[in-house]
Design a protein around this ligand. Structure first.
Ligand SMILES: Nc1ncnc2c1ncn2[C@@H]1O[C@H](COP(=O)(O)OP(=O)(O)O)[C@@H](O)[C@H]1O
Ligand SMILES: [Mg+2]
Length: 132
């Protein structure tokens, strides 16, 4: 399924529709270039899950968690060397938890049945969001 978002608010609305179906245990892989809107999409998911805290990129820690209707584990693996580093930090354990993992720049090799979402910038405010 492909949808075009014309604003941050529309991206939040699309994320909200995805969030409504989440039961816990899902892993969402967000792909797309820098500035495509992966973190923005994650903010929309967080809002829809009733998370009050502001979602900010977990650049140096690789993961930040937020409590809501479901716990959100937000990963950004851009600066991770490789999968081993993530395992050493114990981050793979979160994949098996009851919350929802949202991963930017994924480096884990074996994720079972992820929800894959590709975001592509079309112009300044338009984004093509493809849900696989
Ligand atoms: N329709 C849209 N959906 C999402 N972000 C948008 C949209 N239009 C403009 N933007 C802007 O694009 C940028 C996306 O940044 P961010 O979400 O941090 O990207 P990424 O995490 O993919 O690097 C933000 O500055 C946001 O305001
Ligand atoms: Mg980001």
């Amino acid at each position: 399924m492909k949808i075009v978002s014309h604003s941050v608010q529309e991206t939040y609305d699309i994320a909200q529709k995805i969030a409504a179906d989440l039961k816990g245990g899902e892993v969402i892989l967000l792909s797309g270039d820098l500035g495509a809107g992966k973190t923005t999409f994650t903010k929309g998911l967080a809002l829809a899950l009733g998370i009050q805290d502001t979602v900010t990129s977990p650049t140096f820690t690789f993961m930040k968690s937020y409590e809501g209707r479901l716990t959100l584990y937000h990963f950004d693996m851009y600066r991770a060397e490789n999968e081993d580093e993530l395992y050493e930090l114990g981050l793979a354990d979160y994949l098996d938890m009851d919350g929802v993992c949202v991963i930017e720049w994924n480096k884990f090799q074996n994720i079972k049945n992820p929800i894959v979402i590709n975001i592509k910038a079309m112009d300044e405010n338009s984004r093509e969001i493809e849900i696989l």
